[in-house]
Design a protein around this ligand. Structure first.
Ligand SMILES: *[C@@H]1O[C@H](CO)[C@@H](O)[C@H](O)[C@H]1NC(C)=O
Length: 498
């Protein structure tokens, strides 16, 4: 490199060249033919020479700035000893050169006898070549994967990690434990997820919805739930997988995520989401089947509030999380665990709050939740979509409805009512937005809170919370954290062990 080139390089690297970002390079790619075998870039010119099947190959290309990673030693600029000579440079047409063919360099010492050095070379040489071949294989494999559409983020990771995670005798519990202690904070490595997903044996269908089906499956003797999305619902699958994978969401009252997988079986893509399995099913199923005691009611309500509070809360720091609003909270999207606490599920519609820029990454998904549970401002479309708190307030309204469903099934003094959906007496089944709007916004009606609830402290408190969740003005509603505190206090007053 001469001094001018070095200067140019320095200028490019320091980014001081301002408007004259464009760099022209010699280009051998077929798509450069129409431009007279040249290309323009904001990054670097690269020339590389290799021998493939005994044929000399000279390749000259442009590399975009964003592809120059890692900085200082970009992958694209690396030579592979004995296979490929590569050179990156930063001045116009600087890659119009023919690099020498790669040669395997011999170590020092060229005596006739096979001394220890030569012997070592004989042993180490082939091993080295083998390593290079394996590396090349990996690079080609990765390239192949990339060429296969936007299968995202399939990282080439140290295969030993897979062993760490997937040793034969590991159960799901071990796996989750590894996960919570590895501190990576965002779920199992993707290839582990894929391997887990592809070794699950589906057992029985346990639910159906507009998104697709839910199955109980077996993995290494343990039960898992597998949500299989219809291809129409790809966005929900993607959204949910994305949220679970980018954020540390492990919380006892949020459904535990295990793996996401998109399996292409040739004719269509199967979209899987694997999570913990809870045999009690959804809160909706549970309340239909059983009535609950006062303690049971508080436990369900408090755990649901804890889950929602964790979801809503922004936590700063490396192990932190952004605030998340659920947007489709209802009894069918809450699961009941063995210990009769709740786990919030179905994040396919969730939105995240980026507090640094104070923006919301709105899910590119037109589905806006379940009409029956829509807050008045959502029904009227007056909700301020740019303000993250408005989504939290809409969640709280829905939580109030869920509380009403629970409280009706509370077996206090021998009285409890049949299970009913909120507004069962005011709107038809599968109501339209218009029908909901009339009742909730125009007539300002809410589910009935019976008078006799006043005679039981727990039901009185629950009734009060519901009213404060149902204000027409979203900002006036309680927060999940507030509800959690109120119910914690109630559980202490009721002498519960939690
Ligand atoms: C590219 O480089 C080759 C080899 O040095 C040269 O023959 C050719 O003219 C160059 N093409 C352009 C467009 O500079």
């Amino acid at each position: 490199m001469d001094t001018r080139q070095i200067l140019r390089l320095l200028i490019v690297l320091s980014g001081l060249n301002g408007a004259c970002d464009a760099l022209f390079c010699n280009c051998t790619a077929p798509q450069c033919e129409k431009d007279g075998y040249k290309c323009e870039t904001n990054g670097a010119c690269v020339a590389s020479t290799s021998v493939i099947k005994g044929q000399e190959q000279h390749v000259r290309l442009c590399i975009q700035k964003e592809d120059l990673v890692p900085p200082g030693q970009p992958f694209y600029c690396l030579s592979a000893e004995g296979l490929m000579n590569t050179h990156c440079c930063y001045s116009d047409y600087c890659n119009s050169i023919d690099l020498r063919l790669p040669t395997v360099t011999n170590g020092p010492g060229s005596g006739q006898d096979w001394g220890p050095v030569e012997l070592t070379a004989v042993v180490v040489g082939p091993v080295f070549v083998l390593c290079v071949l394996v590396l090349l294989g990996l690079v080609l494999f990765q390239h192949h994967q990339r060429a296969y559409g936007h299968r995202q983020r399939l990282e080439v990771e140290d295969p030993s990690t897979e062993h760490m995670f997937l040793a034969k005798d590991k159960t799901l519990q071990d796996l989750i434990y590894d996960l919570s202690t590895s501190g990576s904070g965002s779920g199992l490595p993707l290839f582990v997820q894929r391997t887990v997903a592809r070794t699950i044996v589906l057992q029985e269908i346990i639910g159906k919805g507009r998104f697709g089906e839910v199955w109980r499956g077996k993995w290494r003797g343990g039960d898992v739930a597998v949500k299989i999305f219809s291809s129409r619902e790809e966005r929900s699958w993607f959204r949910e997988a994305e949220i679970y994978q980018t954020i540390m969401l492990r919380h006892e009252n949020i459904l535990g995520f295990i793996a996401a997988d998109n399996k292409d079986n040739g004719t269509w893509t199967q979209l899987w989401l694997v999570s913990d399995y809870h045999e009690n099913g959804s809160l909706f199923d549970y309340l239909n089947r059983y009535s609950v005691t006062i303690e049971g009611m508080i436990k369900l309500a408090l755990s649901a509030a804890s889950g929602l509070a964790h979801l809503h809360m922004e936590i700063l720091g490396t192990q932190g999380k952004p605030g998340i609003a659920h947007r489709d909270l209802k009894s069918k999207n809450i699961l009941v665990k063995k210990n009769c606490t709740c786990a919030i599920a179905d994040l396919g519609l969730a939105v995240r709050h980026e507090s640094v820029s104070d923006t919301i990454d709105i899910a590119p998904n037109q589905r806006v939740g379940t009409k029956r549970y829509m807050a008045p401002e959502v029904l009227e479309e007056t909700i301020n979509m740019r303000h993250f708190d408005s989504f939290k307030c809409a969640d709280i309204y829905a939580l109030g409805l869920v509380y009403w469903e629970i409280a009706r099934r509370c077996n206090a003094g021998g009285i409890h009512e049949e299970y009913q959906l909120p507004y069962y007496d005011l709107v038809p089944s599968d109501p339209s937005i218009e029908e909901m709007r009339k009742v909730v916004c125009d007539q300002r009606l809410r589910p009935n809170i019976p008078n006799w609830w006043q005679s039981y402290e727990a039901l009185r408190v629950m009734g009060k919370i519901m009213r404060e969740c149902w204000y027409a003005n979203g900002a006036a509603r309680l927060t999940a954290l507030r509800i959690k505190k109120t119910l914690s206090q109630l559980s202490v007053d009721e002498d519960m062990k939690i």
